[in-house]
Design a protein. Sequence first.
Length: 96
Amino acid sequence: MEKRNNVYQLDLKEISLKNGDTGKQSLSLNFDNHDDLFQIFEVIQSKQIFENKETATEFALGLKLFTEVMLKNKNHPLFDELRPAILDFMKKLKSQ
């Protein structure tokens, strides 16, 4: 049986660059994740780990994108040393 995932679209657009130029580039990315990301955003925001909701959302999105790539490539040697630390980190995060 095929495992089902949630499918998302992320649209990223440069607004302004640190050198003062107006951003010109954009990216649209479709990806899937086994978790309900919007529920994860709410949970992380409710934990009040960070001072504002935007930071909490950035953190949750980055973490979920990264860890999903790790899950999909669990045998990749790039993640060998990082995997135990990420598992410990996730346990600590979930316990807060």
